[in-house]
Design a binder for this molecule. Structure first.
Ligand code: AMP
Ligand code: FES
Ligand code: ZN
Ligand code: ZN
Length: 329
């Protein structure tokens, strides 16, 4: 197995591209894929200040590193979700990466702890509101990401979602015809209605590739899945698509990029779900508590979904993560 570029021994094969790479050319391939995606979807422009949300996992740490390597002015944002040891360890990986790879290149790390700043954590919010943990977590993260991007006047908020993530979400949304979500499933969402611009520059890389990138660069990352996510449908969709990809390399990429090319615009006029940006969402009002744009509460008050969740959760007895781990979803 030889590197496609230099003919030295290869360390990785990428079946969907019919290509093998040595370590250096593989890392160059990853950066090139990110650059191509940033340009193609106009994710950022020269001089922009970027904020990348880093979870301590392989994708977002790889993304931060790649953006720094490419010369972008990019700070990191870590949100402590209070999911027991999992969150403690995730935060440690983020801080170690920051000290070794980001701080020396002049970047900053912003840390927001959900319990310290808003008086609750994800397990407690899940029980207090009756939402699944992932739904309480997603709502909290989106709000805190948006707020940090706004407060720091960043031009773009970036996340580490990879091809496997995006294809699995698309698959789930298609299987259930969740058209409002399909309308928003793009690698770049323009700023609008008080929401910052959002981008996912790693949608051309699979999770095997982001993991290999970290290993080859010497980046340590949180390998464990979130204990709250065990058994959720997203992982089942990933497995189903993984089997299809195995039988037919390139299928996942064709599915996702074919959707972007052929179908996403067909849903463009759908209104955005609560707490989400969207050009079609013109009826937003500022939340009476935090000022974020919202559709308002079903009772008529102008309180956003995040503030409703955070008020109920902060008033509840803290719930230890162990209590939720064993629940089936
Ligand atoms: P997930 O929703 O856990 O698959 O994560 C998707 C992306 O969201 C990651 O690649 C990160 O960019 C970001 N992210 C997830 N969790 C956190 C966190 N606790 N703090 C900051 N960013 C996060
Ligand atoms: Fe959000 Fe697990 S990281 S529920
Ligand atoms: Zn090579
Ligand atoms: Zn609010």
């Amino acid at each position: 197995m030889k590197c496609r570029v230099c003919r030295e021994p290869a360390v990785i094969d990428i079946r969907r591209h019919n290509a093998n790479f040595c370590s250096d050319h593989f890392m160059r391939y990853c950066r090139d894929q990110a650059t191509k995606t940033i340009k193609e979807f106009e994710m950022a422009h020269q001089g922009d200040r970027l904020l990348v949300a880093v979870s301590g996992g392989k994708d977002s740490l790889a993304l931060w590193d790649i953006l720094l390597e490419l010369g972008w002015d990019v700070d990191g944002l870590y949100v402590g979700l209070g999911i027991g040891d999992y969150s403690d360890v995730s935060g440690d990986y983020v801080r170690s990466f920051f000290e070794a790879f980001a701080e020396p290149r002049g970047a900053k790390l912003i840390e927001v702890d959900l319990r310290a700043t808003h008086g609750y954590d994800v397990p407690t919010a899940s029980v207090a509101t009756g939402r699944t943990p992932c739904s309480a977590c997603g709502l909290s993260k989106r709000h805190l990401f948006d707020a940090a991007a706004r407060d720091g006047a960043y031009d773009v908020l970036l996340t580490g979602h990879n091809l496997d993530d995006e294809a699995a979400v698309l698959y789930g949304n298609v299987m259930r015809w969740q058209v409002d979500y399909l309308a928003r499933q793009r690698p770049m969402l323009a700023a609008g209605n008080g929401f910052p611009k959002k981008a996912k520059p790693l949608v051309r890389l699979s999770e095997r590739e982001t993991a290999a990138y970290c290993v080859l660069r010497g980046i340590d990352y949180q390998v464990d899945e979130c204990p709250m996510a065990v058994g959720n449908r997203h992982l089942e969709y990933k497995n189903a698509l993984g089997a299809a990809e195995e039988a037919s390399p390139g299928m996942k990429q064709a599915f996702y990029f074919g959707y972007l090319r052929e179908a996403v615009d067909l849903f463009a006029t759908r209104p955005a779900p609560e707490g989400e940006a969207g050009e079609a969402n013109t009826s937003l009002i500022p939340c009476d508590t935090c000022g974020s744009p919202t559709n308002g509460d079903p009772s008529g008050a102008a309180t956003c979904a995040f503030c409703r969740l955070s008020q109920r959760s902060a008033a509840a007895e803290p719930v230890p993560v162990e209590l939720l781990k064993t629940r089936r979803r």
